[in-house]
Design a protein around this ligand. Structure first.
Ligand code: PMP
Length: 366
């Protein structure tokens, strides 16, 4: 009998993957360190907690949970379609936008293809690329952000997909409408451009790209968005893509029929109408960003100007050590060495008191 070796049986791309490093849950850190009232600024979550309207609606949804969800997400898609002026058949729902990104890769990319993304870009892009056995092409960043002309130059006959995060995580860098428009116009139509706008709602309205309008002009463009950030539904898992209907149709063929559950569907429908909650999310984020930026400037710390709900701060070669010290002081932030940023820490914007807890801990450590 040969010895059982799961690794040898696994797909080569999967065998060598490093698992996604999620932020540590509060409960785990509290247990490990034996401290209470931990402040978690590690996963770019919404510090406001769930919208009160969503909470109430979820109560009403509980009675129906013995039944399967609506596999087509009819109401949510209708709402999204109306909001964005597209047809419901252009929308693909996901268990978070992570699911949408993975569906896109699995639908269109195979082992013979190349997938382009930027250095320091969101980790899920290389992860899904490698899982499929495709070749990831990481284009060196420019000022921590996407170097679009270099990404254009990286296109070869093998390129099937390009991931662009705008704003990008973990750098918070942002591409202007002009530069993006120019880029998309030059990408050949047999190369799919996935524009990941997970942090879209935090961008000032005047600066937001008309990306959904572009989808009508460029059938190879897919826009992905999430309810995890400004809409505060990270734990429920709700995201979506807006694309050409043929792309949505193909993604739907491999999508798990119930990838959004009844609670997440209902929560997303309700929060989409909760303009007050969204406005409050944006306000709290803006003020928190100013609070952290002011701290950095007062203390001579470099930071990457951010358009998201987090700030990535240069703390030097002791970043790992500082992360541990912050943890022991009761503040969880995110080390980003895995993103080739060994001297930085990413701090999510919290409530004013949470941001202050981070600032106080930093002052003690510094
Ligand atoms: N894209 C980017 C750029 C992100 O930072 C994240 C969350 N960290 C996601 C997509 C995925 O978020 P979710 O699956 O919660 O929608």
């Amino acid at each position: 009998m040969t010895e059982f070796n799961a690794k040898e049986l696994a797909n080569p791309g999967v065998r060598n993957l490093s698992p996604y490093q999620a932020g540590k849950p509060i409960e785990e850190v509290e247990r490990e360190l034996g401290i209470k009232n931990i402040v978690k600024l590690a996963s770019n979550e919404n510090p406001l907690g769930l919208s009160a309207k969503v909470k109430a609606a979820l109560q009403d949804t509980l009675n129906g949970l013995a039944r399967y969800p609506d596999a087509n997400g009819f109401y949510l898609k209708s709402k999204l379609a109306t909001k964005f002026g597209v047809n419901a058949n252009q929308i693909t729902l996901g268990n978070g936008s992570n699911d949408v990104l993975e569906l896109l890769a699995r639908t269109f990319v195979n082992a013979s293809h190349e997938v382009i993304f930027a250095q320091h870009a969101f980790v899920v892009y290389p992860l899904v690329t490698q899982a499929i056995g495709a070749t990831g092409v990481a284009v060196p960043a420019k000022d921590y952000g996407h170097d679009l002309p270099a990404m254009l130059k990286a296109i070869t006959p093998k390129t099937r997909m390009i991931f662009i995060a705008n704003p990008n995580n973990p750098t918070g860098t942002f591409l202007s409408t002009e530069s993006l428009a120019e880029f998309i116009a030059q990408v050949p139509s047999n190369v799919l451009v996935v524009l990941d706008e997970a942090y879209y709602e935090y961008v000032d309205e005047a600066e937001r790209a008309p990306s959904v309008e572009w989808v009508a002009k460029y059938p190879n463009l897919i826009v992905s968005r999430t309810f995890s950030k400004a809409y505060g539904l990270a734990g429920l898992r709700a995201g979506y893509a807006i694309s050409h209907p043929d792309i949505a149709d193909l993604m739907n063929r491999i999508r798990q029929p119930f990838n959004m559950n009844s609670l997440s569907l209902r929560a997303a429908e309700v929060v989409l109408d909760d303009d007050k909650y969204l406005a409050e999310s944006i306000r709290v984020n803006k003020e928190g960003m100013q609070q952290l930026v002011a701290f950095c400037e007062e203390n001579g710390l470099n930071y990457i100007p951010s358009h998201g709900n987090f700030l990535t701060i240069e703390v030097g070669s002791e970043a790992g050590d500082m992360y541990q010290k912050l943890l022991r002081a009761g503040v969880i932030v995110r080390p980003v060495a895995g993103y080739q940023l060994p001297n930085h820490l990413r701090v999510s914007i919290g409530l004013p008191s949470e941001n202050q807890a981070f600032i106080d801990a930093m002052k003690t450590i510094l």
